[in-house]
Design a protein around this ligand. Structure first.
Ligand SMILES: [Zn+2]
Ligand SMILES: [Zn+2]
Length: 349
């Protein structure tokens, strides 16, 4: 199948069909589905990442999604048909997969990334788990000509982390506490370290993930031990900035207690059920509870600049790479194996 992926112009797709991930070869698209996305630029996809959002869609956790839809919102590729982009054929690009309405309050006030009617390429319209995909010219972010697209396949999740670090109002010299050692928590740690964190500790229950992050120089601890460590290392004051990207009720239940006076608790996870949050420290310590969702175009560019400068060892987060014909297996594997980090679908490297 690898040679077919390389040789074919369309090379098949991975799409969500009812409750299963289906993979089909070139020319076998479901008749009712053009499988081409929206926009006048056509890309040859190089890599598409799979993340928790994809799993959520797969499990029917996003009511608005209407299968069949080609999945994949974390993708990079090369220009096949430039359309109105003005870019050359073969130019490497990352895609910002956010489609906004242009008229709601957020869109009118410089926050289109949290548009009231936000839709995603690869969730609401066909995305990048395909040989080719059509995207709007305005959603392209050019990459360096010599870019290793495997590294830049992490542009989108890196932009999530960059945006969270900005939203937290993190400052050079801050002590940072992170709950959640998946790709987003890891990328927050790498970005905060690059931006000059004084101290940093990441709480993650899975020992395999902890080991992998330790190899990248990220200090990790079991969540049971984190309170004592933060207490000791901050002289009892608490972390300057605490990130919760777990979406699990156990982290937010302690996050404000481990954060200092006028510190920030950034809430970046999605909670399936409403968690219990201790609000007394929020009041008594005048803390800020701040949300963050996806990223602005500027933060996509900042992620690209960090990756282009080689400042983030993101390759160490890629634990699995599969061909497009193995996408279904990749979904099942990521779903079952909590120690998997970033899983990439390799289309045309
Ligand atoms: Zn994602
Ligand atoms: Zn809008």
């Amino acid at each position: 199948m690898d040679s077919a992926v390389r040789d074919s112009r369309t090379s098949g797709i991975a799409y969500l069909d009812k409750d299963r991930i289906a993979t089909v070869g070139p020319g076998e698209l479901p008749a009712e589905r053009p499988g081409t996305g929206v926009g006048d630029v056509c890309l040859d996809v190089a890599y598409t990442g799979i993340c928790g959002t994809d799993l959520l869609v797969w499990h029917g956790g996003l009511q608005r999604v209407v299968p069949p839809v080609v999945l994949g919102h974390e993708f990079v590729g090369r220009i096949a048909e430039p359309g109105s982009s003005g870019l050359a054929v073969g130019a490497p690009v990352a895609v910002e997969p956010l489609l906004h309405c242009g008229s709601c309050w957020a869109c009118r006030n410089g926050a289109a990334h949290v548009c009231r009617k936000l839709r995603l390429i690869g969730v609401d319209v066909d995305g990048g788990a395909a040989g080719q995909v059509r995207v709007p010219a305005g959603k392209l972010h050019p990459l360096p000509a010599d870019a290793d697209l495997r590294t830049f396949a992490l542009t989108e999740p890196t932009a999530v982390a960059v945006h969270m670090v900005h939203r937290s109002e993190f400052r050079d010299g801050d002590y940072v506490l992170i709950f959640g050692g998946g790709p987003i928590g890891a990328l927050i740690a790498l970005v905060a370290r690059e931006r000059g964190a004084r101290g940093l500790v990441l709480a993650e229950p899975n020992p395999v993930r902890r080991g992998l992050l330790n190899e990248l120089g990220i200090r990790t601890v079991d969540p049971d031990e984190v309170a004592g460590i933060v207490e000791t290392e901050t002289d009892g004051e608490g972390a300057d900035v605490t990130f919760d990207v777990t979406g699990h009720p156990s982290a937010i239940a302690v996050a404000p207690l481990l954060t200092r006076v006028r510190g920030t608790v950034l809430v970046g996870g999605l909670f399936g059920t409403p968690p219990e949050v201790p609000l007394q420290p929020v009041t008594l310590r005048e803390q800020r509870l701040v949300g963050a969702r996806v990223y602005t175009p500027e933060h996509m560019d900042e992620a690209i600049a960090l990756l282009a400068a080689g400042r983030l060892p993101v390759d160490g987060l890629i634990t699995h790479e599969v061909g497009l014909d193995e996408a279904e297996r990749a979904y099942r594997m990521l779903d079952a194996d909590r120690s998997a980090m970033k899983v990439l679908i390799r289309v045309r490297p």
